[in-house]
Design a protein around this ligand. Structure first.
Ligand SMILES: [Zn+2]
Length: 274
């Protein structure tokens, strides 16, 4: 059976803990993570998102000054997926596939550390990242795919996953992996569902930022709510998808566990012993 590791591939410390996390001082550092998955199946490794990479650690300037000033990524080489895979006693060269929720700079930074991997993305996301509009240029960093990865462009074929459209990927693995489009945050933003022996895990990427958004009744610290609204490609679609995820959690919480990219508490919960 496949084994799923939960990795934080990029701590970010923006100022404003009270507004972003709902507690702490107004100017205190908040603590956000870049929650990625490493799926170990047979001899092959699959990553879901990559956070920041070694290239970002050696040259943080490539992320752009506005992002660095506001979001304050740590860019620590030890947090990269590549170094964490080595620390697990595995070989980064065995990463054959990477599935991305989207290609924003805090999710695609590590692609270049796995030049041999195929990169699976939802077609509209790939289109937006490779040919960004003026407004979207700041969210994508072309240096993250300067190595010209083998892109695998997916379109929805209508597979039903708990009422969501989905595309089944990687049939050779001992785990089910499906791309579940959750548009709104970015042009082709998607969740990634991973099914194993004990139910489903749905990595929701940036479809929500705070666990309260998919709780009933929903809640979100005001700073995070504003940040998401400001960064949304399509605010209406984003809101509708967050609501669908809240209903999914309410109706199928026993079968599907929802995680997102940046909530440190959700990462702690899945990695806590026992
Ligand atoms: Zn993000």
């Amino acid at each position: 059976m496949a084994r799923v590791h939960h990795l934080n591939c990029g701590t970010m410390c923006p100022r404003g803990a009270r507004m972003l996390a709902g507690e702490g001082g107004w100017l205190a550092e908040a603590h956000l993570v870049a929650h990625c998955l490493l799926i170990e199946s047979g001899g092959s490794l699959t990553l879901v998102d990559t956070g920041f990479g070694l290239g970002d650690a050696t040259d943080p300037g490539r992320l752009g000054q506005p992002f660095r000033a506001l979001v304050r990524p740590r860019c620590d080489a030890a947090e990269t997926a590549s170094r964490q895979i080595e620390a697990l006693g595995l070989d980064p060269a065995d990463v054959r596939d990477i599935v991305v929720t989207h290609l924003d700079l805090d999710h695609a930074g590590g692609l270049g550390d796995f030049p041999q991997a195929r990169v699976h993305a939802f077609a509209p996301e790939l289109e937006a990242a490779l040919h960004p509009s003026l407004r979207e240029r700041a969210r994508y960093v072309p240096a993250h795919w300067a190595h010209e990865p083998e892109w695998v462009r997916h379109t929805v074929e209508g597979d039903d996953w708990f009422g969501f459209e989905s595309v089944r990927l990687l049939p050779d693995l001992d785990a089910e992996v499906a791309l579940v489009p959750l548009l709104g945050h970015s042009a082709g933003h998607s969740g990634v569902a991973v099914g194993g022996g004990d139910g489903w895990l749905l990595h929701c990427g940036d479809a929500f930022f705070h666990r309260g958004q998919v709780a009933t009744p929903p809640s979100c610290p005001p700073g995070l709510r504003a940040f998401q609204a400001l960064n949304a490609h399509d605010g209406k679609a984003r809101g509708a998808n967050t609501e669908r995820l809240r209903r999914l959690a309410a109706e199928h919480g026993g079968e599907v566990r929802l995680i997102c990219s940046h909530d440190p508490v959700l990462l702690d919960r899945v990695t806590a012993p026992g």
